[in-house]
Design a protein around this ligand. Structure first.
Ligand code: PLP
Length: 414
C-alpha cells in the first residue's frame, strides 16, 4: 500500500458519494453512515444502470443463439470477462472463470484440483485468519481424502508468522490457501513473498482476494499466484457473481466440477467431451447480468483510480485508528503494520451486538459477530467483535459519527 500512496491524483469523496444513490437516505431519522463494506459494498449508479440496461435492451441467453439479442448478450458477457482479465492483469481472458463468488471459487478448486491431487496423508496449509470459505472446503476435502489441514499462526497484532508458515510447508503439502487481506482484522499479508516461498517448494498457492480487490491494485502475474478468488458484491458490483482466476496450465489439467449445458463439447450416452477454457467450468446459464454489472463496477473503480482509492482509504484508516484509540475502554483488535480498511474492536464489556444495535439507532451500519472466522475469534480469546469497514465513499465525517455513536454506547451501558 505504501507504494500506491506515492501516486498523485486525489479522490474527490463528495463526488464519489453522488454516484451511490443508496447513501442519500436516512436511517432512524439520521443520515446513513455505511461502515459495513467488508460485508458487502454499495453500488454506483453506473452498475445499477448497466444491469437494468442489459435487462431492458439485450436480455438473451449467451453462447447458443444466432439472433441479435443473444449476440449482444454474449458480447457483453465476454467483454466483462476481458475487463476482469485486465483488472487483475491475467495473461489470458480464458483464465477468468465466472462463479457465484469467492466461496464458490474456492469450492471449485477444492473439488477439482484438490480432489485429483490430494491423497491420504497429504497436507493443505491455511492460516488462522481465514474466512470460513477458505477453511471448510479444505476440511471437507481433507475428510474425504484422509488428508491433513495445517494452520499457520499469527502474533497478537494479527500479523501472520511467515517463518512459521514456511516451516509448515513440506513435501506432503499440496496447496497453500490464504487470504490476501483478512476480513476480520484487515491485515494485508505479504503475499508476493509468500507465493515465492511456496513455489520454491513446488507448492501452488490460492489467494482469497475477497477483501483485497476493493482496496488494492492486484496483479496476479506479479503476485505469481496460481489461483485468485474474489466476489463482485464486495467490489461495488452485483451479488451472485464472482471470479476464479487460475493459471491456464492448472485449469487445463483440472477436471470440470459441475456438469450441464455449455461446459461440454459433445455428449453421447457413452461419453462426454468437455468444452475449452473457461467454459469447462461454467456449467449452465451463468449470471449474465451479474457479469455485466461486475464489468461496469470495474470500469467505475478504474475511473476513480485504484491508486487514488488506496491512498484515500489509507488516510481514512489512519484517521479512524487514531480517533478510536482516544475512546476510553476501546480495544482495537488487529493492529498489524500493513492493514486495509477494517477496524475491529471491543468496547469495555459491552457485547458487540449491543454496540451494533445502539449505532444502528444513530443511522450507523457496522457488523458485529464472528465475521465468519470462528477459529480466529478463538485464537483471539473473544466470541465476537464489532467491525467498522471503510470504502472509497467513506469520509472523515463517517468516522466522527462512529466516534460520537460509540460515546453514546458508553453512556447507555455505563
Ligand atoms: N473470503 C473473505 C476474506 C471474505 O471476507 C468473504 C466474505 O465476507 C468471503 C471469502 C466469502 O465471500 P462470498 O460470501 O462473497 O462468497
Amino acid at each position: 500500500m505504501r507504494a500506491l500512496r506515492e501516486v498523485p491524483g486525489r479522490l474527490d469523496v463528495e463526488r464519489v458519494r453522488k454516484d451511490f444513490p443508496i447513501l442519500r437516505q436516512e436511517v432512524h431519522g439520521n443520515p446513513l453512515v455505511y461502515l459495513d463494506s467488508a460485508a458487502t459494498s454499495q453500488k454506483p449508479r453506473a452498475v445499477i444502470e448497466a444491469v437494468s440496461r442489459y435487462y431492458e435492451q439485450d436480455n438473451a441467453n449467451v453462447h447458443r443463439g444466432v439472433h441479435l439479442l443473444s449476440e449482444r448478450a454474449t458480447q457483453a458477457y465476454e467483454a466483462a470477462r476481458e475487463k476482469v482479465q485486465r483488472f487483475v492483469n491475467a495473461a489470458h481472458a480464458h483464465e477468468i472463470v465466472f462463479v457465484r463468488g469467492t466461496t464458490e471459487a474456492i469450492n471449485l478448486v477444492a473439488q477439482t484440483y484438490g480432489r485429483t491431487r490430494v491423497r491420504s496423508g497429504d497436507e493443505i496449509v491455511i492460516t488462522v485468519m481465514e474466512h470460513h470459505s477458505n477453511i471448510v472446503p479444505w476440511q471437507m476435502l481433507c475428510e474425504e481424502k484422509g488428508a491433513v489441514l495445517r494452520v499457520a499462526p499469527m502474533d497478537d497484532t494479527g500479523t501472520l508468522l511467515v517463518d512459521e508458515l514456511e516451516r509448515l510447508i513440506g513435501s506432503r503439502t499440496r496447496l497453500l490457501a490464504l487470504g490476501h487481506v483478512s476480513n476480520a482484522l484487515g491485515t494485508i499479508h505479504p503475499v508476493r513473498r509468500i507465493v515465492e516461498m511456496a513455489h520454491r517448494k513446488n507448492v501452488p498457492v490460492l489467494l482469497d482476494g475477497a477483501q483485497a480487490v476493493p482496496h488494492l491494485a492486484v496483479d496476479v502475474q506479479a503476485l505469481g499466484c496460481d489461483f485468485y478468488a474474489f466476489s463482485g458484491h464486495k467490489l461495488f458490483g452485483p451479488s451472485g457473481i464472482g471470479v476464479l482466476y487460475g493459471r491456464s496450465e492448472l485449469l487445463e489439467e483440472m477436471p470440470p466440477w459441475q456438469g450441464g449445458g455449455d461446459m461440454i463439447s459433445s455428449v453421447t450416452f457413452e461419453k462426454t467431451t468437455y468444452n475449452k477454457l473457461p467454459y469447462k467450468f461454467e456449467a449452465g446459464t451463468p449470471d449474465i447480468a451479474g457479469a455485466i454489472g461486475l464489468g461496469a463496477a470495474i470500469d467505475y473503480v478504474r475511473g476513480v483510480g485504484v491508486d487514488a482509492i488506496a491512498a484515500h482509504e489509507h488516510d481514512l484508516l489512519t484517521y479512524a485508528t487514531e480517533a478510536l484509540r482516544e475512546i476510553s475502554g476501546l480495544r482495537l483488535i488487529g493492529t498489524a503494520k500493513e492493514k486495509a480498511s477494517v477496524l475491529s474492536f471491543l468496547l469495555g464489556d459491552v457485547h458487540p451486538h449491543d454496540i451494533g444495535t445502539v449505532l444502528d439507532r444513530e443511522g450507523i451500519a457496522i457488523r458485529t459477530g464472528h465475521h465468519c472466522a470462528q477459529p480466529l475469534m478463538r485464537r483471539l480469546g473473544v466470541a465476537a467483535t464489532a467491525r467498522a469497514s471503510l470504502a472509497l465513499y467513506n469520509r472523515r465525517e463517517d468516522v466522527d459519527a462512529l466516534v460520537a455513536g460509540l460515546h453514546k454506547v458508553r453512556e447507555v451501558f455505563a
